[in-house]
Design a protein around this ligand. Sequence first.
Ligand SMILES: [Fe+2]
Ligand SMILES: [Fe+2]
Length: 271
Amino acid sequence: MSGDFTEATAIGEIAAHHPRLIPVFDRFGLDYCYHGRQPLRSACDRAGVQIGDVLATCADPAFAPSDTDPHWREMSMTLLSHDIEASHHRFARDTLRRLTELFNQLSAADVLQNPEVDQLREIVGTLHEEIMDHLVREERVLFPWLRRLEQTTAVHIGPPWSVKRPIDCMEHDHHATAEAFVKVRSVTTNYFSPPDRCGAHTEIIALLRALERDTRVHIHKENNILFPAGVRAEAGRTRIRSTGCFPPGLRDPAHLPTTHESEAAHPAAPV
Ligand SMILES: [Fe+2]
Ligand SMILES: [Fe+2]
């Protein structure tokens, strides 16, 4: 992508190429992570915002490229997957552990006077179990598989089926996470904490808001950058096996290509 995009461009692709626009998408409530393959216009329609307003904000010099922009696309799959584990997986685990402590601190009177707290506890309990299971499957199965895919000297890559299969499972989990956060927002009236609530309740609401914000970026990095790079790398390995030739960008077997180079070397995955 040259730096320009249109209303027909997939919003996840825009976010991947222009991470500085992620705060703009967040401000307008546009889904660039869970449904990143949808065109920008569809994302605006679903959020009920005017695409002209979004495009005008994106063009604001305040959102011009900067040296401080994240360079996730410049990372190899190995680096990016380790980055995701060290930042987002750790944050999710720490936050969910703290949420469990805080729910246990709520008194019986708190719950009796505010029955929605019990509903929230149940939703967060399910979310906790699902996220923990998801993180383990990424760390033990999918991420090591992706790392082996970019090591051209690796002999055993993974099971005798496509990496698309575990990727589809992970994306299915991501949709379940999105639905759980819709419930959280509904029960908490969009993360509102009445001033008469105890400190534990106030912290629960603040942590849930932070967890949702971090999860959006977490899933963006996976759905829109890491997973498509894995699909392209698998296609590239198939080509190497059938032709014996390394595609441009992958000529040095010791070199780990960035996700960006993976994109240049192989046909883009359909969006
Ligand atoms: Fe993850
Ligand atoms: Fe994930």
